[in-house]
Write a protein that binds this ligand. Structure first.
Ligand SMILES: [Zn+2]
Length: 298
């Protein structure tokens, strides 16, 4: 009897969904590991693709099994296997942040069939969700949107690490990111979230690539306008990317949320210290939340 109960319970567990979510969290952790490499090497003008990772102290090549996101650091108890020098806890924390941000957004979008997306995108959910939409009857629309969102989040996370290290954002990287975000929307207009106005006239809506270009340009302009009020260039760049990919509405909603949440948090916690301005890491967090509740706020 007990075995029957166990079997029934095992059957009720959504293994496919768990597998998909684990996959996305693992991808996120791996991207976080790559971000650590980018942040370390780009300011030194080193290749981010070629060359194995070295211990900065003893130059020993880091073994593949020690390079597993988060786990590698935990198993080594935060020390280099060769020379025993301490490895900063920031490395696994970056991997964890990236795993959470990518894992959460990708899992919610793919497992729910895009239920978090605005009504204007209702067509997206007319397809397979979960593991079916990933493997057997691939839901390309949904995966494309999901990829677009992960691209924005991972880029913002990378920029927040540059900001933390007081490294300026390479201009070419910023431009290439914006061109990629706008270009992707022009090629696949279904990536675009909402129209530039609630009731746009028809001439504004066709052809599709022009509509996408108008939405992205308005988003970049509002991002620049709002970002110009801040004295943090990186947050300003981040808002422009959000505008290019998600539209001006996202810039406004995320800026207001930042003002309220970060502003009130530091008004309570930092009574004795100077008020802290919003950082790009706050932008990553707020954009993640925004994407998860988009349908209900957008
Ligand atoms: Zn070492």
């Amino acid at each position: 009897m007990q075995i029957m109960g166990l079997l029934l319970w095992l059957e009720a567990v959504p293994w496919g969904d768990i597998l998909v979510a684990s996959f996305f969290f693992a991808i996120g952790g791996t991207l976080g590991s790559f971000l650590n490499v980018v942040v370390h090497r780009v300011p030194r003008s080193e290749s981010v693709v070629f060359g194995r990772s070295h211990c900065p102290a003893c130059r020993a090549v880091i073994r593949a099994r020690d390079n597993i996101p988060m786990l590698g650091w935990l198993l080594l108890r935060g020390r280099c296997r060769d020379c025993g020098v301490a490895i900063a806890v920031a490395y696994p924390l970056v991997e964890l942040s990236c795993a959470i941000v990518v894992g959460l957004v990708a899992s919610v979008e793919v497992l729910s069939g895009g239920a978090n997306l605005p009504i204007a995108w209702a067509g997206v959910s007319n397809g397979q969700r979960g593991i079916d939409g990933l493997l057997w009857q691939t839901n390309w629309r949904l995966l494309g949107i999901c990829l677009d969102h992960c691209f924005v989040l991972v880029t913002l996370l990378a920029w927040s690490l540059f900001e933390r290290n007081a490294q300026p954002l390479p201009t070419n990287w910023f431009r290439a990111t914006i061109v990629l975000a706008v270009g992707a929307a022009m090629l696949w207009p279904m990536l675009q979230p909402v129209d530039v106005l609630p009731h746009s006239p028809q001439w504004l809506l066709s052809p599709d690539w022009l509509r996408a270009l108008i939405i992205s340009t308005a988003g970049i302009a509002v991002g620049r306008l709002v970002g110009g009020q801040l004295d943090r260039p990186m947050v300003s760049s981040g808002l422009m990317l959000i505008g290019a990919a998600l539209g001006w509405q996202a810039v406004v909603a995320i800026s207001i949320a930042l003002l309220i949440v970060v502003g009130s948090f530091f008004a309570v916690v930092g009574r004795n210290g100077p008020k802290r301005a919003s950082q790009t890491s706050d932008l990553v967090m707020m954009t993640t939340v925004y994407l998860l509740v988009w349908r209900w706020v957008g």
